[in-house]
Design a protein around this ligand. Structure first.
Ligand code: PAJ
Length: 281
């Protein structure tokens, strides 16, 4: 694996091999790799001839400079892990960029958050020119913002969203989990339990989003966790649904001690015969 630090260097590396060694896959990251990141790199390795992993702790998407300061950084370890999986290039850059999405993360972290993500991902897609770029379902709204971005700008790239990787206790892996003490980590698992409670309620036939989130809220409250949001939203718009039907996304965000955590679960309501209205002949 080669480590490249400049845009010119990256372009020079990719120009002679573009179109010759199979598709180029890009995995954008902010480093501090865990199994979630590694699952994206593995998927890219399976599908692409050339795998580029970018590592850039993007200041424009941090609304809290304290969070940026303590964000874990360990390039040597990240490089070793990416190399082990067989990535071809680690594009480790510290270029700072200047600075989609109103609700949820946009509302709670500030609109600048997704503007920062969109800016840096556009830059990365332009620099690498990959056939495929890989993102995690854990950041569902981010994945949707990027799908929209690519569609609106007619960028010739396929966006692949990979499943959320979890620890044995159900907690979605995140670089920010490292900041949790054992007791706070236990509290953090309530996010996953809350999402499961929503799934259970829907399985039991609940179709009202407010009623379906009640049991979930109880899970959080009993763990002493107060959500920033807990909602059932449309998978297309990320805005709250008034009734649970088809595919909806259960989303939650909460601060647990020093870490702000997010998680989500797709809820699929099968179109049962009993739910469909009969057409008049
Ligand atoms: P970062 O938080 O480093 O995440 C990099 C990628 O890994 C994202 O696509 C994210 O959704 C995915 N990921 C994180 N945790 C995951 C998990 N538990 N399971 C599966 N995938 C997971 O997201 C970013 O960086 C940045 O916003 C970035 C897209 C790099 C732009 O700066």
């Amino acid at each position: 694996m080669r480590i490249v630090r400049t845009i010119a260097g990256l372009r020079a590396e990719l120009a002679p091999i573009r179109g010759r060694q199979g598709p180029i896959g890009l995995v954008p990251t902010m480093g501090a790799f865990h199994d979630g990141h590694l699952s994206l790199i593995r998927r890219a390795r399976e599908q692409c001839g050339v795998v580029v992993v970018s590592l850039f702790v993007n200041p424009t998407q941090f609304n809290d400079s304290g969070d940026l300061d303590v964000y874990p950084r360990d390039e040597l370890r990240d490089a070793a892990l990416a190399d082990e999986i067989g990535a071809d290039y680690l594009f480790a850059t510290s270029v700072s960029v200047s600075g989609v999405s109103d609700g949820l993360e946009g509302e709670h972290r500030g609109r600048e958050h997704f503007d920062g993500v969109a800016t840096v991902v556009t830059k990365l897609l332009n620099m690498v020119g990959p056939e495929v770029a890989y993102f995690g379902q854990k950041d569902a709204q981010q994945a949707l913002v990027i799908r929209r971005l690519v569609r609106d700008l007619d960028m010739p790239v396929r966006i692949e969203v990979c499943p959320t990787v979890r620890a044995d206790d159900g907690l979605a892996l995140s670089s920010r989990n490292a900041r949790l003490s054992a007791a706070k980590r236990e509290r953090a698992t309530s996010l996953h339990r809350a999402l499961r409670a929503i799934q259970d309620a829907v399985l039991a036939g609940e179709r009202d989003p407010v009623a379906a989130t009640e049991a979930a809220l109880a899970e959080l409250t009993s763990a002493g966790v107060e959500p920033e949001y807990l909602a059932l939203v449309s998978t297309d718009t990320m805005t709250p649904v008034s009734r649970i039907e088809g595919d909806v996304l259960a989303v939650v965000a909460a601060r647990v001690g020093p870490a702000r955590l997010i998680d989500n679960a797709l809820i699929q309501v099968p179109a049962l015969a009993g739910n469909t209205t009969m057409r008049r002949p």
